[in-house]
Design a protein around this ligand. Structure first.
Ligand code: SF4
Ligand code: SF4
Length: 263
């Protein structure tokens, strides 16, 4: 069994089916990554001697996403992030047990929404790692669109000095340019076009995240909920309109109460 197979098996035991591998050299040669990622934020700067980025993804349940913004989506989002961080730690340990160096990159490399406003990009982009590992391609909403789950998947990365065959970027674009994400954005933060020619207006997106975080229901999620790529055929699995309003009312009531009491 190759190291690649062994890591995929460990990942599967952690509930992670989507795992890919990117050759670190791609950060300097791929036109998108080399244009968008500064040398300081590339794997070989973050971990000297790094040769491979191991990228893992966990899909976000569509039915929960359809309640967003809500406490249900907020909690699920945190759980997925925690699972990804644990999986990255575990894969790093597996690599170290085999004599390799490894560095799990935290899921969110900024410090909350305030940190994001100060520095709107994390010190490492899991999106670009996922793209270079052939998991999907960039969509109009600037996130990775995968054939199986569209944009409804979150990523984490482990850097290692182990040399593992890379999967390489996908050749065919997955985004179908329907622009539903553009129309769904209440901040008009997205524009039609092709990444990296079109970049999300991060200030508008952060403004909305901040407003929702104050109510305990960040993140927003509307642009990824709107994307039709990777949806299964059949009835939409989300809540009824009434149930959605009911789920969302919990936080609104609490927010209104805390505003009234000045807390
Ligand atoms: S997360 Fe919300 S505010 Fe940000 S781009 Fe998507 S729809 Fe717009
Ligand atoms: S909603 Fe349409 S335009 Fe936006 S990312 Fe998905 S496929 Fe692309």
């Amino acid at each position: 069994m190759t190291l690649k197979d062994e890591l995929a098996e460990v990942a599967r035991s952690l509930g992670i089916i989507d795992i890919g591998f990117a050759d670190v050299g791609l950060w300097s040669t791929d036109p998108i990554a080399s244009a968008r990622i500064r040398p300081l934020n590339r794997p070989d700067s973050i971990m000297q001697g790094c040769r491979t980025a191991v990228v893992m993804g966990i899909p976000v349940p569509y039915a929960t996403l359809l309640t967003a913004p809500s406490i249900a989506y907020n909690q699920m989002y945190r759980n997925v992030n925690a699972m990804l961080d644990m999986a990255a730690q575990r894969i790093a340990m597996e690599l170290m047990a085999r004599g390799w160096q490894a560095m799990p990159i935290p899921r969110d490399g900024y410090h909350g929404i305030d940190g994001l406003r100060d520095t709107p990009t994390a010190f490492f982009s899991h999106r670009h790692a996922a793209y270079l590992a052939g998991m999907g391609t960039f969509g109009v909403n600037n996130v990775i669109i995968t054939p199986r789950n569209g944009p409804r998947i979150r990523w984490v990365t482990v850097l290692t000095d182990a040399v593992i065959d890379g999967d390489g970027p996908m050749e065919e674009e997955v985004c179908i340019h329907c622009d539903r994400c553009v129309r769904a954005c209440p901040q008009n933060a997205l524009s039609p076009g092709t990444y990296p020619d079109i970049i999300t207006d991060k200030t508008g997106c952060i403004d909305r995240s901040e407003m929702l975080a104050k109510q305990g229901i960040a993140p927003c999620g509307l642009c990824i909920a709107a994307c039709p790529v990777g949806l299964q055929k059949g009835p939409t699995p989300g809540p009824t309109e009434a149930a959605r309003a009911e789920i969302q009312s919990y936080v609104r009531k609490r927010f209104a109460r805390s505003r009234r009491s000045g807390r």
